[in-house]
Design a protein around this ligand. Structure first.
Ligand code: AMP
Ligand code: MN
Ligand code: MN
Length: 318
């Protein structure tokens, strides 16, 4: 697929990614926005996304993101990135009603929801998928930086097993544009505010190990979030920290979204396929990083998740 060919007739183009946008989602949406705006100057290109974290504001085009989801006329082409249509939030109807729908993703749980689908579960980030779909000579420094941010976020700065030789080859080409990548890594990936660190400390301190220490869970309720005056964006990174603990095969982090309702994040090693676990509860993701939403008490949720995790740890297939 050639992105520019697919969009060249379009007057109105829309781009969106998933709710609670992460680095790959913001990076890919803005990289594509910059690429299409630059190379199809006649078209109107818009990005609709839930308000991303401020750490991404250095990416060019950040201020052009529309988080209000106003009523729209039909789009000629709509691109859904890093998710399937059901996770587009306020942009779902823009996508489903568009004349041409293009879905670009790397989630193993996504079967493709567009007229055209590029779903590559073997690739670490949508930004790499996009790089392969772009004409290299048409990439500029701003586009390169946006793609790079997505790649470092979804590969954990090239640490996770989804990092391929090609990932590093793409990254090498991107950094040759000369943006300040050490600072970007520091400021968007590692740096935390004081309260973010405090609430992480709290979550780590209150974590509970089970299944002989092979699983660990921690939960932050709404009262605690109010006490520290933090939002859900401030909880990023907690689940990875839980996963770092020696002996842990599967880490679960959950935060309360409503009464008896939680957002679940899971991280694992090769012993557990958390995308499969999440799929039983209507969620999805990747083998080693996945999520879902669940209803019930904290203990109900943990018990239901554990049932599926334990089966995998015991090598029981179904
Ligand atoms: P999280 O733990 O929310 O950061 O998500 C880990 C991975 O799973 C990311 O790639 C998410 O996009 C994906 N993911 C999280 N929640 C869901 C869901 N409900 N459905 C499909 N994929 C999800
Ligand atoms: Mn994502
Ligand atoms: Mn992604």
């Amino acid at each position: 697929m050639n992105l520019l060919d697919e969009c060249k007739e379009a007057k109105r183009i829309g781009i969106s990614g998933h709710i609670r946008p992460d680095g790959d989602c913001v990076g890919s949406c803005l990289a594509l926005y910059l690429y299409l705006s630059k190379n199809l100057p006649e078209a109107s290109v818009q990005v609709f996304l839930e308000q991303p974290a401020d750490i991404f504001k250095e990416i060019r085009g950040f201020d052009e993101i529309d988080s209000t989801f106003p009523k729209q006329e039909q789009f000629d082409v709509y691109l859904a990135l890093d998710c399937s249509a059901d996770r587009l939030g306020g942009a779902e109807s823009y996508f489903t009603e568009a004349a041409k729908k293009i879905n670009i993703d790397h989630h193993i749980s996504n079967k493709g929801c567009g007229d055209l689908n590029v779903i590559r579960p073997e690739v670490g980030s949508v930004c790499e998928v996009l790089f392969d779909l772009m004409e290299e000579e048409k990439i500029d420094k701003d586009i390169a930086m946006a793609l790079y941010i997505g790649i470092i976020h979804d590969t954990g700065v090239f640490q996770y097993s989804n990092t391929r030789p090609e990932t590093l080859e793409i990254a090498a080409k991107l950094i040759s544009f000369g943006f300040d990548f050490p600072r970007l890594i520091e400021e968007t990936f590692y740096q935390k505010t004081y309260v973010q660190t405090q609430i992480m400390g709290r979550a780590l301190m209150e974590s509970i190990r089970f299944m002989d220490g092979r699983c660990i869970v921690s939960m932050i309720d709404r009262k605690t979030m109010e006490f520290y005056n933090v939002g859900t964006k401030d909880l990023d990174g907690i689940v990875n920290q839980l996963r770092n603990i020696k002996g842990v095969n599967c880490a679960i982090f959950m935060y309360e979204t409503d009464v008896l309702e939680y957002k679940i994040s899971m991280r694992s090693d090769e012993k557990v396929d958390v995308a499969k676990v999440a799929s039983y509860f209507g969620g999805g993701g990747h083998m080693r990083a996945a999520g879902c939403s669940m209803k019930g008490t904290f203990h109900d949720c943990v018990n239901n998740l554990s049932l599926h995790i334990e089966k995998q740890l015991d090598g029981i297939t179904d």
